[in-house]
Design a protein around this ligand. Sequence first.
Ligand code: AMP
Ligand code: TRP
Length: 326
Amino acid sequence: MKKILTGLQPTGNITLGNYIGAIKQMKELQNMYDSYIFVADLHAITVPQERENLRKNTYNLLALYLACGIDPNKNTIFLQSENIYHTNLSWILECNTYYGELSRMTQFKDKSKKNVNFTTGLLTYPILMASDILLYDIDYVPVGQDQKQHLELTRDLAERFNKKYGDTFKIPEPYISKTGTKIMDLVNPTIKMSKSNENKKGIICLLDDIDLVRKKIMSATTDSDMIIKYDPENKPGISNLINIYSSLTDKTIDEVEKEFINKNYGEFKKAVSDVVVKLLSQIQNEYQKYVNSELIDNILQKGIEKTLIEAKKKYEDVKNKVGFIR
Ligand code: AMP
Ligand code: TRP
């Protein structure tokens, strides 16, 4: 069976962008593939984290996976920091990666601009991500558009290692859905919806108060020409709402445009908020069942036992090829 894997960082509230870009895809694919999903807590500390916050966010993200419909019987769910082979492999790959490749990464350039005292981890972050994937012979990696460049680097590193040391790593492919690969901020639809955006009115978090969510969508930035048409360049706000609606209803963009052909922006926004609110209400109901539940520790235990065995096997092969004697 082909394998898929993804990870999310436990850095606070998970947004509708995270859901559409990564979690929803995993949920749909879990019936067809051998699925792995983890909490990228090592990636989270590339920027400063408070201990208690990190712990809380990690538990909450796990509860949210379950609440979103990630089935623990169909997925291997684990904690990145618990599996030592991720960082071990990462070091070896670091020694096969060029500084220039890392400093070119868009995400690194953006994040390092925000704080002049950025850490080395922020630079080497994509190598750890490559290790997460390459340890398990993954075929597809469901992610949002913003991770595509990191996936390309992963492929380059795998090919480089295979060429130098012989066939070792499977070359993974990104799995990016057509619509909703990049959900934009509601207030400023030219930037990505991200939990770190300053204006919270522009982002929808899965655990946001439902009335607030309606308000945020109803006041989303649009334009003045009153046509519901997909045109990201000239109509970024409306196109973003079309993307959200299309992803959550599984309708094509064409179908959405037809559905709202003679409708006004208010009617369209109401329809978008209805589907978002329906989804969030379901998730929030489920979330209450899982948050603080013992189930999570049991799931993590199963996940770490399985992934340690698999990752060790790959790492031993790598170690041996590199020339470490034991
Ligand atoms: P992060 O929040 O950086 O841990 O992202 C977790 C996953 O969500 C990654 O696969 C991202 O590509 C995806 N993602 C984050 N923001 C968005 C967005 N605005 N639209 C679509 N996918 C996103
Ligand atoms: N870098 C990803 C993000 O910030 C999270 C991540 C870490 C990841 N390792 C991964 C995603 C491996 C997919 C596969 O969103």
